[in-house]
Write a protein that binds this ligand. Structure first.
Ligand SMILES: N[C@@H](CCC(=O)N[C@@H](CS)C(=O)NCC(=O)O)C(=O)O
Length: 263
């Protein structure tokens, strides 16, 4: 057992984790689920609770001013843990990372968590936020159909320029010395950044299947696609992906509109 795994077992998780996120889409909540699932942590998830929607709407309600410990969250996902309510996806992951053994040990690598955070932020920038903007390039609160023409232009640029650039970046990360062997992004062991890269590559593959197939066939991003399969095949991740807890993509960040994909 690795040092990190043994430390993880010793970690006392006195309070349960509660994920607050919209029911019926994997969305940004999925990054939190994957971290909790990989670590085998117990958690509740509003996506699977009868009054789940209510918990989400009251979280981001105009009436929510937070409490004496926590400012209000702007939007889901949020994680409730004991007296804390933490929001913003990469921030939640940074909170969970040390508790779940998904970052390098701070005593051995004091800046490791910041590297893991940069890799996470980069994957979320280019493989989550930008894909979202392809179907909502003008107005987040308007229907896709009202911005379809702009969406086509945005998606073309994303497929031809931005997606290859971000995949190329992660190919370099996996080829670099700091990855310590190229199996995982940083330090030779799985971190939550690997789970985020997995989920975002999975999402763009759903949204742009023809384009991703072409990029895969180019052979330029071999390490990225091998990394995807490696994470997907991890015991707890595989079990989770095959379970009912894994929700299907629908009208969230990753949407399949054939007109936004390659011809
Ligand atoms: N930067 C935030 C973005 C949060 C966010 O946009 N949440 C979406 C769901 S994935 C939402 O419900 N947004 C409501 C809004 O922006 O008005 C994060 O990473 O958590």
């Amino acid at each position: 057992m690795t040092t990190r795994a043994s430390k993880r077992q010793k970690t006392e998780q006195k309070d349960a984790y509660h994920l607050i996120y919209w029911p019926s889409i994997p969305g940004r909540g999925e990054h939190i689920r994957l971290a909790l699932e990989e670590a085998g942590a117990e958690y509740t998830d509003t996506a699977h609770q009868e009054d789940g929607m209510k918990a989400v709407t009251s979280l981001s309600s105009d009436h929510n001013k937070g409490d004496s410990t926590n400012p209000p969250a702007f939007a889901p996902p949020a994680l409730k843990h004991g007296e804390y309510t933490i929001s913003q996806t990469p921030n939640i992951l940074m909170y969970l990372g040390p508790q779940l053994g998904l970052v390098p040990d701070v005593s051995e690598d004091p800046v490791g968590i910041y590297h893991v955070n940069s890799l996470t932020l980069t994957a979320l920038d280019g493989l989550s936020n930008e894909p979202h903007d392809t179907h909502h390039p003008i107005a987040v609160m308007e229907y896709y159909e009202a911005q379809k023409e702009e969406a086509k232009k945005k998606a073309k640029d994303y497929r031809e320029s931005r997606l290859p650039k971000f995949l190329g970046y992660f190919e370099r990360v996996l080829s670099g010395d700091a990855s310590k062997g190229g199996e995982y992004l940083y330090g030779g062991q799985l971190t939550y950044a690997d789970l985020v890269l997995f989920q975002t590559v999975d999402g763009v593959s759903f949204a742009f299947p023809k384009c991703v197939e072409k990029l895969k066939g180019s052979g330029k991003y071999e390490k990225v696609f091998q990394h995807y399969e490696r994470v997907k095949g991890r015991e707890n991740i595989k079990a989770y992906l095959g379970s009912e807890r894994r929700q299907k993509y629908s009208m969230g960040i990753y949407r399949y509109y054939p007109e936004l994909d390659d011809e």
